[in-house]
Ligand binder design. Structure first.
Ligand code: ATP
Length: 458
């Protein structure tokens, strides 16, 4: 069975994910992507970008900066309201988010609630709520805590609290504030979308779930601008597309679930999350939200700029409504690692194999000489590797015995392992081993490229 411990340990042992600053004892809730992690992450981003941007005529890309005008975070409501109410356990001093504790006892906290309202609900249910760390029921009052991360960028007065530049808390604000630039500089017409992938930073309080909740993370977001009358119709289309995207990514239907928000923020028309069955249970992978015209109206108000859209055909002028799809790269990597993790009994031993879909596997082809101390085998294997590496993500491996090499490639999810043996020298052929079936086929070297092309649908 896949557990958190197994995923975390394989991810580190096999070069996918390392705790940040590992030799210094780690740095809470921050992770680094190792050699295979970065390939997996790039493949995921590539699939998302192709599907969301390149395969659509009505969606364009953007890469906005992490630092933005501080007013943006006031307009977005993050300075005043981007906060999680927290309580601290008086016994073990673990801090917990109130909404998480209430969810445990099946109460949904409303994002608009004041500290007093939250404290009231909390004290009414005090007997039922336990500290997730020590199990005691001895909490402080709830306090709100802002999640934006401050910096001292460009601040030479040292007055960081009063004039902070924030690291962005979400990527979509960069999209809203460039909506007019995109409109004026390209040929988009409503309905259209702007998408971007980029880093976001949040001072997350409870960050104990591996890649699920980190303080530095990457988001893949698409904001779609629509006529107010079309908002719900387009929203339903987006929901369908996003669900299908995850099935195409290889996540099983039974591991996915829609979660409808019961308490909407005042401007939202509808909000659903796509939840994935992580090793610790179902939780949010992506948010798909219908946000009305709140975002553009706020930025129009705070910037003093007219952000309305003029329909050149009908002459109608309006502030577009926004529907959005927002997902974390890290949460997707975590979901894909969870989905791929497989244990099989082979000859009374357990084989661990990461069954990534072909287009996500960090390494597509590994090339081995059967023995490392036979120069002729090594030379031929190197030639094949040099040829294939121009078209595939390849790895050359001559370390340890062949069984160990297969086991290692299984654990990083490599689809095909090619071995050059003594027969290869006479017959100009190699064995190609399939990751999932473990079957080996003899293929002529000159046919390798077309064989792999066929397998990869190139
Ligand atoms: P949660 O309720 O889990 O805190 P959220 O509703 O605040 O998440 P959004 O602000 O809607 O999340 O962000 C959109 C997406 O960005 C989330 O669905 C998730 O995939 C990702 N994300 C948000 N916060 C984090 C984080 N701290 N670490 C990793 N990914 C995150």
């Amino acid at each position: 069975m896949v557990t958190m411990e197994k995923i975390v340990s394989l991810a580190k042992r096999r070069g996918f994910i390392y705790p940040s600053s590992d030799i210094y004892g780690g740095f809470a809730a921050i992770y680094d992507y190792g050699p295979y992690g970065v390939e997996l992450e790039n493949n995921i981003k590539h699939v998302w970008w192709r599907k969301v941007v390149l395969q659509r005529e009505d969606i364009v890309g953007l890469d906005s900066a992490i630092f933005m005008h501080p007013k943006i975070w006031e307009a977005s409501g993050h300075v005043a309201g981007f906060s999680d109410p927290l309580v601290e356990c008086k016994d073990c001093h673990t801090r917990s988010r109130v909404d998480h504790l209430l969810t445990e006892i099946k109460i949904e906290a409303d994002e608009k609630m004041s500290e007093e309202e939250i404290n009231k609900i909390f004290s009414e249910n005090k007997e039922k709520i336990k500290c997730p760390n020590c199990g005691k029921k001895n909490f402080t009052d709830a306090k709100k805590f802002n999640l934006l991360v401050k910096s001292n960028l460009g601040n030479f007065t040292g007055n960081w609290d009063k004039e902070p530049a924030y690291l962005r808390g979400e990527t979509c604000q960069g999209i809203y504030v460039n909506y007019k630039n995109v409109l004026d500089s390209t040929r988009v017409k409503i309905p259209f979308g702007i998408a971007q992938i980029g880093k976001a930073f949040r001072n997350e309080i409870t960050a104990r779930q591996f890649l699920f909740r980190t303080r530095e993370f990457e988001q893949m977001e698409m904001q779609y601008f629509v006529h107010p009358d079309k908002e719900m119709e387009e929203y339903e289309k987006l929901r369908k597309a996003r669900w299908q995207y995850y099935l195409d990514l290889g996540l099983k239907k039974e591991h996915l679930k829609w979660n409808k928000h019961k308490n909407l923020v005042f401007y939202a028309k509808a909000a659903y999350d796509i939840n994935y069955k992580f090793p610790f249970g179902f939780d949010e992978l992506e948010g798909v939200h219908a946000r009305g015209n709140y975002d553009l109206s706020q930025h129009a108000k705070f910037s003093g700029k007219d952000l309305s859209y003029l329909d050149s055909k009908t002459g109608e002028k309006y502030i577009p409504h926004v529907i959005e799809s927002s997902v974390g790269v890290g949460r997707t990597v975590f979901a894909v690692l969870t989905e791929a993790y497989t244990e099989e009994k082979v000859d009374k031993e357990t084989r661990v194999v990461m069954k990534f879909p072909k287009r996500l596997a960090p390494i597509q082809v590994a090339v081995f000489p059967l023995l490392r101390n036979k120069p002729k085998l090594v030379k031929k294997a190197k030639e094949i590797f040099d040829e294939l590496k121009t078209g595939y993500t390849c790895e050359f491996d001559d370390n340890g015995n062949i069984g160990k090499r297969y086991r290692r490639q299984d654990e990083i999810g490599t689809f095909y392992c090619i071995t050059v043996d003594f027969d290869s020298l006479d017959n100009n052929d190699v064995t190609v081993r399939d990751r999932d079936t473990m079957k080996q086929e003899r293929i002529k070297i000159k046919e390798l490229d077309s064989y792999l092309k066929e397998q990869y649908g190139k």
